[in-house]
Design a protein around this ligand. Structure first.
Ligand code: SF4
Length: 64
């Protein structure tokens, strides 16, 4: 099962990831990223990879 890893030093809270997978990522009002589901189902991998690739600061990665 994929697990999402966030480098919070790199995340700038722009929320691209949230727009790609809103049920996994949420940026709150002060720009902090919350992971709503840390280990989503295997079937979500493509969407997660899209969020990883779409993050402009390279803050996201997937671990297995
Ligand atoms: S897209 Fe990247 S920088 Fe933006 S909120 Fe998500 S993890 Fe943070």
């Amino acid at each position: 099962m994929p697990r999402i890893v966030v480098d919070y030093d790199k995340c700038t809270g722009l929320g691209i990831c949230e727009s790609i997978a809103p049920d996994v990522f949420e940026v709150d009002d002060d720009g902090s990223l919350l992971i709503l589901e840390e280990s989503p189902d295997e079937t979500r991998r493509g969407e997660l990879q899209e969020a990883v690739d779409g993050c402009p600061t390279g803050a996201l990665s997937i671990e297995d």
